[in-house]
Design a binder for this molecule. Sequence first.
Ligand code: AHM
Ligand code: MG
Length: 340
Amino acid sequence: MPSSTKLPRRISLTQYLVEQQREHGRIQPPLRLLIEVVARACKRIAIAVNKGALGDVLGSTDQSNVQGEVVKKLDVIANEVLVEANEWGGHLAAMASEEMDSIHVVPNRYPQGEFLLLFDPLDGSSNIDVNVSIGTIFSVLRKVGHGRGVSEEDFLQPGKHQAAAGYCVYGPQTTLVLTVGDGVAMFTLDRETGSWVLTEDQVKIPQDTREFAINMSNMRHWAEPVRRYIDECLAGQEGPRGGDFNMRWVASMVADVHRILTRGGIFLYPWDKRDPGKPGKLRLLYEANPMAMLVEQAGGMASNGAQRILDIVPTRLHERASVILGSRNEVERVTSYHRG
Ligand code: AHM
Ligand code: MG
């Protein structure tokens, strides 16, 4: 008898989502469609990122965005890809993006759905031209009121109400990381077949870590609790922590958070004294919230020093937040220094 060759069981993103729908009842078909459309858009962005100089996608435009930052060509391309891919499917009411001053309501010619999609189309913009990992971050909310009208106010929900969140990192591998509220799953893009393959499920962040990520050049501006925490890490074996710490800073939040989800660590982009009225650098709704949901779903912690990031009630679409996230015991330590 010929022995049968068994193919390794590969679970695709579609299959994972169908199982989330069918077996766990966690998501409904419109949310499944939404996530698949975002994932498909990320594939297109990955192709543009990979082409680099050959695709004439590097460099800056002559515009700046609502945050006053110079807009790179890939920021614009990624934003357009995400908007175009998502506006016609009937699953969305509106979108918001780091690269758009105000919300983009689904045009009247398309049916309107119950979800709101928020994204940073190309995070880590300073790394685009130097061939270092960058990514797309996204967050999904439910529109609370019924009827066709949708306004910026509908987006001002605390992160704990996110229906799904994730990011795609364009690095040596293209990886989609997703939560629909049932843990964190990672999918690697198989370039030959064009499909997202589940390569990690129920990701768990180790509770302890000896690795921190922070932009050290801002040290002189930090608040006392952050300074104390990093000083203690730097003191190493001879200091109060009794052990050496390592520093890693990619300057792409997606890449830094991906490392933390993979092997633990703590990431800080805290409030600092340069502009005291500004809560931090990173944007709450489409950077801090989706990352906080992923980190919490993986057993980690995400705080702004005073409260859980997912509990912050936003007052503005492009609001910023102080961000401290990652391995639970280290984030807990930094927040205890803030309380002290
Ligand atoms: P961006 O969305 O304009 O790319 O800015 C966000 C990025 C994060 O990815 C990263 O953590 C941080 O800004 C890097 O800041 P810095 O330039 O201070 O290193
Ligand atoms: Mg960005």
